[in-house]
Design a protein around this ligand. Structure first.
Ligand SMILES: NCc1[nH]cc(CCC(=O)O)c1CC(=O)O
Ligand SMILES: [Mg+2]
Length: 328
């Protein structure tokens, strides 16, 4: 029997393959997460994230300059805060003279046209290493008391020049709370990209190493989602839409492509995905062993996240992938 249908005809040359390609990847899709530390002229590689560094502010500004040359225009900085500045209420998070907010303001002064997305969560500044306030007796993460802290943090970030506020804390009601505080204070132009479906994931390990932000006791399962659940992501989506999120995010990305797809088909908002530290580490470590082609795997990973339905991707691969895209 001779086949009457031959899908292979649409794959017979590179030109035809490109003609019928359904999904594309561009440097505009990337948001580059970056790690900030105290000091001057510091650039320390993160052991579990080969090729990714923790930069002092001056070096981070140089790094952003290099990325801008490659066409990357969106950045998500995260601070590593000295232990002496951490406390139960994460007070340092709203200090306009602190490392994070001063650097955010500096970056915006140097690069007024880039987009800076700042992180709202207590963990980098919390002596408990949690995203919300920990009740000293019960160990419970206090939702509504945390909103006060998160709201002030978001407002301070907007004052420092943030373009997008990225609440990664998973407290209930924080999108509406932050939206209200921003609007009341003249920041109605500042966007919110909600970490809408953020799962309690082992893939955050290298990030917590980089920032020394792991929980001191317990885990994050009472606020981050159970990775067995997909419908719950749609409930979080409906709430974030109602509360005024401008964009929604799924995190992590690779083990959650079904969630990305589901969210994509259930919202008109832009959908983003966070290709997290552990996902980066997996590819890098296998590539270092010579077990995978690192570059090809990277491009396949990023394309798959777009194919699942993401409009943009937070990824540690941004710089490397931009170089590949430039090469063509
Ligand atoms: N607010 C915490 C936060 N913000 C971003 C990440 C992880 C990102 C990554 O792994 O790349 C985490 C870790 C966590 O929830 O413990
Ligand atoms: Mg929520």
């Amino acid at each position: 029997m001779i086949p009457t249908h031959r899908p292979r005809r649409n794959r017979k040359s590179e030109v035809i393959r490109n003609m019928v390609q359904e999904t594309t990847l561009s440097v505009h899709d990337f948001i580059y997460p970056a790690f900030l530390i105290e000091g001057q002229n510091q650039q320390l590689e993160i052991h579990s994230m080969p090729g990714i560094h923790r930069f002092s502010a001056d070096r981070l500004i140089d790094e952003i300059g290099r990325c801008v040359e490659l066409g990357i225009k969106s950045f998500a900085p995260f601070p590593s805060i000295n232990d002496g500045l951490k406390d139960r209420l994460a007070k340092e998070s709203a200090n306009p003279e602190g490392l994070y907010l001063k650097t955010v303001a500096d970056i915006k002064r140097q690069f007024p046209d880039i987009v800076l997305m700042t992180d709202v969560a207590m963990d980098p500044y919390s002596s408990d290493g949690h995203d919300g306030i920990v009740d000293a007796d019960s160990g419970e993460i206090l939702n509504d008391a945390s909103l006060e802290v998160l709201g002030q943090m978001a407002l301070a970030q907007a004052r420092a020049g943030a373009d997008i506020i990225g609440p990664s804390d998973m407290m209930d009601g924080r999108v509406a709370w932050i939206r209200d505080i921003l609007d009341q204070n003249g920041f109605s132009h500042v966007s919110i990209m909600s970490y809408t479906a953020k799962y309690a994931s082992a893939f955050y390990g290298p990030f917590r190493d980089a920032l020394d932000s792991a929980p001191k006791r317990g885990d994050k399962k009472t606020y981050q989602m159970n990775y067995a659940n997909r419908r719950e992501a749609l409930r979080e989506l409906a709430l974030d839409e109602q509360e005024g999120a401008d964009m929604v995010m799924i995190k992590p990305a690779l083990s959650y492509l079904d969630v990305i797809h589901e969210v994509r088909t259930n919202t008109h908002l832009p959908v983003t995905a966070y290709n997290v530290s552990g996902e980066y580490a997996m590819v890098k470590s296998a590539a270092q062993q010579g077990w995978l082609d690192g570059e090809k795997t990277m491009m396949e990973v990023l394309m798959s996240i777009k194919r699942a339905g993401a409009d943009a991707i937070l990824t540690y691969f941004a710089k490397e992938a931009a170089a590949v895209l430039h090469r063509g």
